[in-house]
Design a protein around this ligand. Structure first.
Ligand code: NDP
Length: 242
């Protein structure tokens, strides 16, 4: 059975990606940290769209949990193979660098950058054996342009962009593509509380994006037909930056 693992699938962009993956016929592994109520809603949406899947709660900022939970899941489910990995879970914790606490730097690195390494290393083996796979990393405009107040987040997302390009070259000959998607401002809990009316003046499209608009691009990069696209970073930002 072919699976898609979506980290941070309980809400926002991750939820929309889970629904898209289900629509493509994948058994969806919905990872999240602790919001089981929202994760259940994602699983309901998957089922409403004729798909199947299961919840896989695991704190992706904790390498021990990744080995314990995801590693054991892979060992126990030899008939299931993770063909698509979407590294989507992420957090921000903004502050000017001068006032940034150690914990703010370290948590943002662990959640956004370290999680990419520990999860991808575990999942890659199966893809190499099958000689097929799609890895899609959700990064950010912040990782391309750098945004003041987000040195931690910009650095973590830029790190994932570098890793995307490097890994893509390591595995291309094995039928595995590795790409990144860099959203601008998307309507989710992460952007809740921002002054949308003010912020949208900075966006040529004059609106925030929707999670489904990011998920659509994930579906494209995850498709078989996108097999010659690798090491790319696709911006989805309403024309804000390129
Ligand atoms: P949300 O805050 O809406 O949702 C975050 C999701 O990630 C939740 O499912 C949450 O799980 C999960 N998550 C957070 N930390 C962990 C963890 N340690 N382990 C497992 N799961 C975790 O975020 P968005 O949907 O807005 O963002 C998704 C991705 O897109 C992120 O990587 C973000 O950086 C990126 N992005 C978002 C933009 C935006 O404008 N929204 C712009 C650019 C990039 P739980 O429900 O259990 O808390």
């Amino acid at each position: 059975m072919k699976c898609a693992l979506v980290t941070g699938g309980s809400r926002g962009i991750g939820r929309a990606i889970c629904v898209t993956m289900a629509g493509m016929g994948y058994y969806v592994l919905v990872n999240y940290k602790n919001n089981t109520t929202e994760a259940d809603k994602t699983l309901d949406l998957i089922k409403q769209n004729g798909g199947t899947g299961e919840l896989l709660p695991c704190d992706v900022s904790d390498k021990h949990q990744i080995t314990e939970i995801l590693g054991k899941w892979i060992e126990a489910n030899t008939e299931k193979y993770i063909e698509v990995l979407v590294n989507n879970a992420g957090i921000k914790d903004d502050s000017l660098l001068l006032y940034m606490q150690d914990a703010q730097w370290e948590n943002v690195m662990k959640n956004n950058l370290d999680s990419f390494f520990y999860i991808t290393r575990l999942v890659l083996n199966g893809m190499l054996l099958k000689k097929y796979g799609r890895i899609i990393n959700i990064v950010s405009l912040s990782g391309l342009k750098g945004l003041p107040g987000q040195t931690n987040y910009s650095a973590a997302k830029a790190g994932v962009i570098g890793a995307t390009k490097a890994l893509a070259q390591e595995v291309a000959r094995h039928g595995i593509t590795v790409n990144a998607i860099a959203p601008g401002l998307i309507k989710t809990d992460m952007t809740e509380g921002m002054d949308e009316n003010e912020m949208k003046k900075l966006i040529p499209a004059r609106r925030f994006g929707l999670p489904e608009e990011v998920a659509h691009a994930v579906g494209f990069l995850a498709s078989q037909q996108a097999g010659y696209i690798t090491a790319e970073v696709l911006s989805i930002n309403g024309g804000m930056y390129s």
